[in-house]
Design a binder for this molecule. Structure first.
Ligand code: T1G
Length: 646
C-alpha cells in the first residue's frame, strides 16, 4: 500500500508514501480513487487531509509512466472525483507540490501549507503542459496575472506568496499534520470547485504582452506557448472546454520528440551526480579550497566554490596578478548582485570568504587544491611537485587541464591516489558541465569527493577517462574536422552556422570559434604538427596567419565592428580562405545538420567503444551542458538513436 489512512477523531489523514517524490503513479491514483468512495460513505468521517510522506507533498505525475498511454483512473479522473466528494478535502503541503501534485491540491477543497513549501507547474521543462487542470484551476484561484508565469514561465510560489494569492488558505507554523487536522475538523462543508470561479478576459493587449514574454522565455521550446494557449482557450470557451483542450495538448505533446528529449535529460541530469559505483563510497569533507591561478578560469572556479558556500584561497605567483584575480572575483559577485541574482550583502559575504596568497605555501591547510594555470605541461608539473610537498597527504589535488594528459602532469607527484582532473568550462561559475577525469591511481574516495563537490556546486559531472581532449574537446575537434571538410567541399561556413542555429544551437561553430579565439585551435594544430601528426593546412590556419583571430582582433571568419559582437560577412576572410574552398555544390541545410550530428554521434560511439565515457547519456550531457547542444534535441546520441529506431 502506498497510501496510509490514519483517523484523527473525525478527520481521516491520507498519506501518500511513494518514495522518492510521492509521484502519482497509477497504483497511487487507484488507491486514492477508491478511498474517496470509502471515506465519502463513512459516517464517522467529517473531513479528509491529504499529505505526502517524507520531504515533500507530491513531486508530480510519474514521469516514468509517460512513454505509455495513461491508465485509469487518470489524474483528471481522480481530481474530478475528489472535487465531487461530499466531505471537504484539505491538501496539507510541505516541501514541494509540483505539476500533478499541485493539480491534485487544486482539486482539494482547501489547501494549507507549511512554511517554506514551494508550489509550481514546471511541466514545460519536460516539453509538455499541465495535463490535469492546472491551466484552468490555477488562474481561477489566483488570477491570470499571477498564474501564467507559474504555468508557462517556470515560476515557483512559496507558501507566503501562495497565501497572499489565495492559493493556500492557511500557513501552518507548527507540526503540519496536527495543524491540518485542526483546520479540517472545523470545516463543515466542501467548497465549489476552483473551476467554477469566474475568469474574465483581460483583453488583447494582455495576451499580446503575455505571448511576447512567454515566447522570449521559451527559447524555442514549444510547450510554454502551448500552455498559454490552453489558458486562453479556457478564458474564451469556459473551464470545461479549457480542460479538454489542455488534456488534448498534453497528450499530443507527450508523444513529441522534444518532450522525449527533455524527459530523457530530466532523468540523466538527476542520475549524473550519483554514479551507481560510488553510492557506497564516502566522500571526503571539503571545508577549504585552494585555487592556483587567478586568470579567467581560476577566478571562475573560485567563484563557483564560493557560490556553493566553500571558503577559498586564491594563489598567484606575484602580488599584481593576485590583485587582478581578486578584482575579477569581486567583479563576478557584484555583477551577480547588479543582475538581481544575489543581494549586495551576499556579494560582499562571498568576497569575504576569499583570501589571497602569493606562492603556494598559503595552501598547505586546504582540503582540495585546483590548479588552473597556463596550459603547459612543465608549468603544471612544477605546480604539482610543489603542492605534493606542501599539502597534506589527504588533501585532494586537482588539475583543470583541458588537453594535457593528467598522467603526465602527475608524473612526479607523491601519493597520486589523491590526484584527479576536474575540467571546468568557461565561464566556470556559470557553465554546468564538469568533466571528472580520474588518474589511474585516483582513489574511489577522491572520485566520490569530486562528484559530491559537483552536487554541492549544482554542476552536471561526467566522468571521462583519459584521451586527447577527454569527451568534450575530442568531439569538438571532430566537429572542426567535419565543418572544415564541408567548407573545403564548397559549403559556405555562414550556411553551416545558419543551419546549426536553426537546429537550435545559440550560435554556429564558426561564430563560436570567433568568440573563443581561433588561435587556441591554431596552437593545438601547430603543436600536433610539431609532434609529427599530419594536420592538413586549413582555412583556419590561413586566417590566423593573416592576423584574424576572431572577435578579439576585430575579425576571424566574420568581421566585427568595434565593441559589437554581431558577426558581419567578411570579404577579407573569404579572400584569405578562397585557395582552400572547393567549388563543389553546397549541402542543403538538413544535409549539413545530418552530417555534423552524425559525425558527433559517430565520435561518441568511438568514445564509448574505447571506454572513455561510461554511457551514451553522459556523452549527451557533455554536449548539452558544455557545448550548447539544444536541450530539445536531447543530444547527438539520443537523436541518432531515435532516428535509427524510427
Ligand atoms: N516522476 C518520476 N520520478 C521523479 C519525479 C517524477 N515526477 N520527480 C523526481 N523523480 C525522481 C528523480 O529522477 C530521482 O530519481 C529522484 O526522484 C529524486 O529526484 C499531469 C504531467 C521534486 C523538486 O517536473 O523537480 O505532473 O535519480 O534528485 O533534488 O500535469 O525531483 O534517485 O533514481 O530531483 O530532492 C511535473 C520534477 C511532472 C517535478 C525533488 N513535476 N521533480 O528534488 O530530488 S509532470 C516535475 C523535481 C506532471 C501533470 C504533469 C524534483 C523535486 P533517482 P531529485 P530532489
Amino acid at each position: 500500500m502506498t497510501i496510509t489512512l490514519d483517523r484523527h477523531g473525525s478527520v481521516a489523514v491520507l498519506t501518500i508514501d511513494n518514495p522518492p517524490v510521492n509521484a502519482l503513479k497509477t497504483s497511487v491514483r487507484a488507491q486514492l480513487y477508491q478511498l474517496v468512495e470509502v471515506l465519502d460513505a463513512d459516517p464517522e468521517i467529517s473531513a479528509v487531509v491529504l499529505r505526502g510522506a517524507g520531504k515533500l507533498f507530491v513531486g508530480g505525475a510519474d514521469i516514468g509512466e509517460f512513454d505509455r498511454p495513461p491508465e485509469t483512473p487518470t489524474l483528471p479522473d481522480l481530481i474530478l472525483r475528489v472535487e465531487a466528494a461530499v466531505k471537504p478535502w484539505v491538501a496539507a503541503i510541505h516541501g514541494h507540490a509540483l505539476g500533478g501534485g499541485l493539480e491534485m491540491a487544486l482539486g482539494c477543497h482547501y489547501r494549507v501549507a507549511a512554511l517554506g513549501a514551494v508550489m509550481g507547474l514546471p511541466e514545460v521543462n519536460l516539453g509538455i503542459i499541465p495535463g490535469a487542470g492546472g491551466t484552468q484551476r490555477l488562474p481561477r484561484l489566483i488570477g491570470l496575472e499571477a498564474a501564467i508565469p507559474v504555468i508557462a514561465e517556470r515560476v515557483m510560489l512559496d507558501s507566503d506568496r501562495a497565501l497572499q494569492l489565495g492559493l493556500v488558505d492557511r500557513i501552518i507554523e507548527g507540526p503540519l499534520t496536527e495543524g491540518a487536522v485542526a483546520f479540517a475538523a472545523r470545516l463543515s462543508q466542501t467548497r465549489p470547485p476552483a473551476g467554477t470561479r469566474p475568469l474574465s478576459d483581460p483583453g488583447p493587449a494582455f495576451w499580446e504582452a503575455a505571448s511576447a514574454r512567454v515566447a522570449k522565455a521559451a527559447k524555442g521550446q514549444s510547450a510554454p506557448l502551448a500552455a498559454l494557449h490552453a489558458v486562453r482557450h479556457g478564458v474564451d470557451h469556459g473551464c470545461e472546454a479549457g480542460l479538454r483542450q489542455e488534456r488534448e495538448t498534453f497528450l499530443a505533446l507527450k508523444t513529441t520528440q522534444e518532450s522525449a528529449a527533455l524527459r530523457y535529460l530530466f532523468f540523466a541530469e538527476r542520475a549524473a551526480p550519483r554514479p551507481a559505483d560510488l553510492r557506497d563510497v564516502t566522500p571526503r569533507p571539503i571545508a577549504l579550497v585552494g585555487v592556483v591561478g587567478g586568470g579567467t578560469m581560476g577566478s571562475g572556479i573560485a567563484a563557483a566554490f564560493r557560490n556553493a558556500g566553500v571558503p577559498v584561497i586564491l594563489s598567484e605567483r606575484e602580488a599584481p596578478a593576485l590583485e587582478r584575480g581578486l578584482a575579477t572575483l569581486r567583479g563576478l559577485f557584484y555583477a551577480a548582485a547588479r543582475r538581481g541574482h544575489i543581494s549586495e550583502a551576499e556579494a560582499a559575504a562571498r568576497m569575504a570568504g576569499v583570501t589571497g596568497c602569493v606562492g603556494l605555501e598559503g595552501l598547505s591547510s586546504c582540503d582540495l587544491v585546483v590548479e588552473a594555470v597556463f596550459e603547459d605541461l612543465n608549468v603544471k608539473r612544477k605546480v604539482f611537485a610543489d603542492l605534493g610537498r606542501l599539502c597534506r597527504a589527504d588533501a585532494v589535488l586537482a588539475t583543470n587541464t583541458s588537453y594535457i594528459d593528467p598522467r603526465q602532469i602527475a608524473l612526479n607527484l607523491p601519493a597520486p591516489e589523491r590526484f584527479i582532473g576536474l575540467h571546468f568550462f568557461s565561464p566556470a561559475h556559470v557553465m554546468k558541465l564538469l568533466e571528472v577525469v580520474p588518474h589511474p591511481a585516483t582513489s574511489s574516495e577522491v572520485l566520490a569527493t569530486a562528484f559530491q563537490l559537483a552536487r554541492q556546486m549544482g554542476k552536471v559531472p561526467v566522468r571521462s577517462d583519459i584521451c586527447e581532449g577527454f569527451i568534450g574537446n575530442r568531439m569538438l575537434k571532430r566537429t572542426r574536422v567535419e565543418t572544415e571538410a564541408l567548407v573545403r567541399a564548397g559549403t559556405p561556413f555562414a550556411a553551416i552556422d545558419a543551419a546549426l542555429r536553426r537546429f537550435g544551437f545559440a550560435m554556429g561553430p564558426f561564430e563560436m570559434q570567433d568568440m573563443a579565439g581561433l588561435d587556441i585551435a591554431y596552437m593545438n594544430r601547430e603543436a600536433a604538427r610539431a609532434r609529427g601528426e599530419s594536420v592538413p593546412e586549413g582555412p583556419l590556419d590561413l586566417l590566423v596567419r593573416a592576423g584574424r583571430k576572431g572577435i578579439k582582433t576585430g575579425g576571424g571568419w566574420y568581421d566585427y565592428a568595434q565593441g559589437d559582437r554581431t558577426p558581419q560577412p567578411s570579404e577579407a576572410a573569404a579572400a584569405i580562405i578562397a585557395p582552400l574552398v572547393g567549388a563543389g555544390a553546397p549541402l542543403a541545410e538538413d544535409q549539413i545538420v545530418d552530417r555534423l550530428i552524425g559525425a558527433l554521434a559517430d565520435e561518441g560511439r568511438a568514445i564509448l567503444a574505447e571506454g572513455i565515457a561510461s554511457s551514451a547519456t553522459d556523452i549527451d550531457l557533455v554536449q548539452i551542458h558544455g557545448y550548447g547542444f539544444p536541450r530539445t534535441k536531447g543530444g547527438p546520441m539520443f537523436l541518432t538513436d531515435r532516428k535509427a529506431k524510427a
